[in-house]
Design a protein around this ligand. Structure first.
Ligand code: UDX
Length: 439
């Protein structure tokens, strides 16, 4: 099928590449000329496992192309995916200006019978508003709309797209339903559930899913705090809780709190929508508050580990991105924790495998090391903030030797407390008793 994807950000690019991989002929459009020129030259602007290979393979066969020209992308496309940015405004509203301008720009070129698919995460009602914008520009055109939310995790987005738990489609049009079934036929034929529902329902599935994940994490982090007070081990508790199949053991890792470009933004947007519609969500509000408060709580944990004050202390920070396997620092708990540490008088030397470029811009007061052990050298405390695999396999003897004081604060629970005690560390983690040197 001939398809178009508008927006070559994170969601648009992964969607375009994966649709091409499914065998479709895809034109990706962006109004950013620099971005398109780079993509045409084979450069991949984001760090996402497997994406480069997919773009190269499908670029070679001509199944994926890049353009800035609506007149080149839209005519002939049976479906046009809208995957533009919807950032949060200070008011809590989502900024929908990119959706509106994409709808206005694609309208003149849209074929009769084509389906415009909303892929961006948008507040309930936006897909219908987009439909109205296009219809206004083309009063005589018969076209369809559908909402098709994405559930992609950064760092695993290609894998998530190619192995979905479910495909959610919001449409009441039979023609749009048939189009969407053909697009996703390779998945449906392998038994992936494809759900059709009203547009508003599909829009809400995305927000409700992300809000539920946020609540799950905020809750498990509170239980971790309680574990520390009562002498329980959060790993035991989450194992026990997670074996209840109604709960599941996924998304139960306690840590410094959730961040990234989705969970914080989508919970805010859901809070806003629920307020506007007179059905306020107290539960989501509490999860958001708890998560934000957690960041200063993490800094206090470092203060305690350092003996009560960070004044003049040298802190080694490993990990700045909001989670491993991404270069993204948006809403990263690590960024807030580092700011708090500096505010409390510490000197921070940090290392992150992928996030240093962005970090230099937003955390100018940090000293950046070129590797893990350079960051650790001479530090009074080592703080682990992101669960990169290389931080879970440190040479503990070397770390012990490099640190001025043998104090480790592991906010991702990458190590076994007994192992850290045996290696001579004062080891502070999340929801587990503090371990002290056993030799
Ligand atoms: C999320 C959703 O998972 C995805 O379905 C949606 O489409 C976009 O938002 P993403 O933002 O890439 O994906 O991150 P995710 O892997 O879900 O992690 C979110 C945050 O929760 C991160 O800060 C992560 O460190 C934290 N997290 C996740 C935990 O602290 N513990 C966990 O067990 C899982």
């Amino acid at each position: 099928m001939q398809l178009a994807v508008i927006g070559t950000g994170y969601v648009g690019l992964v969607t375009g590449a994966c649709l091409a991989e499914l065998g479709h002929s895809v034109t990706c459009l962006d109004i950013d000329k620099g971005k398109i020129a780079a993509l045409q030259a084979g450069e991949v602007p984001i760090f996402e496992s497997g994406l480069e290979e997919l773009l190269e393979r499908n670029g070679d066969t001509g199944r994926i192309r890049f353009t800035t020209d609506y007149a080149a992308a839209i005519p002939g496309a049976e479906a046009v995916f809208v995957a533009v940015g919807t950032p949060s405004l200070a008011t809590g509203h989502a900024d929908l200006s990119q959706v509106t301008s994409a709808a206005a720009a694609l309208a003149p070129h849209l074929d009769r019978g084509a389906t415009v698919v909303m892929k961006s995460t948008v507040p309930v009602g936006t897909t219908r508003t987009m439909q109205a914008t296009i219809q206004e520009a083309r009063p005589d055109l018969a076209f369809e709309v559908a909402s098709n939310p994405e559930f992609l995790r950064q760092g695993a987005a290609v894998d998530d797209f190619m192995h979905p738990d479910r495909i959610v489609i919001g449409t009441i049009s039979e023609r749009a339903e048939a189009t969407m079934r053909r697009i996703y036929h390779p998945f449906v034929s392998t038994g992936v559930p494809m759900l059709f529902m009203r547009i508003e329902g599909a829009e809400l599935v995305k927000y409700a899913s992300n809000a539920f994940l946020a609540i799950k994490l905020a809750f498990v982090n509170e239980i971790a705090d309680l574990c520390e007070q009562v002498g329980a081990d959060i790993e035991d508790v989450t194992t026990g809780v997670g074996l209840d199949s109604r709960i599941s053991n996924r998304f139960l890792a306690a840590g410094p709190g959730f961040g990234g470009s989705c969970l914080p933004k989508d919970t805010q947007a859901l809070l806003h929508t629920s307020q506007v519609h007179g059905a306020p969500s107290r539960v989501v509000g509490a999860a958001v508050d708890a998560n934000l408060g957690r960041r200063s709580g993490m800094a206090r944990k470092v203060v305690t580990a350092a003996g009560g004050s960070l004044q003049g202390k040298q802190i080694a920070v490993l990990g700045l991105t909001f989670k491993a396997n991404t270069d993204d620092l948006r809403e990263s708990p690590a960024v807030d924790v580092v700011r708090a540490l500096i505010g409390l008088g510490a000197k921070v030397r940090a290392f992150d495998p992928q996030g240093m470029g962005q970090a230099r811009r937003i955390l100018p007061d940090v000293d950046y090391a070129s590797g893990t052990y350079e960051a650790i050298d001479g530090a009074d405390v080592l703080v682990i903030l992101t669960e990169w695999a290389e931080f879970a396999t440190l040479d503990l003897a070397r770390v012990r030797q490099a640190l001025a004081e043998p104090v480790v604060v592991d906010l991702r629970n990458l190590y076994d407390p007994a192992e850290m005690a045996a290696a001579g560390f004062h080891y502070h983690s999340i929801g587990r008793p503090v371990a002290t040197p056993s030799s």
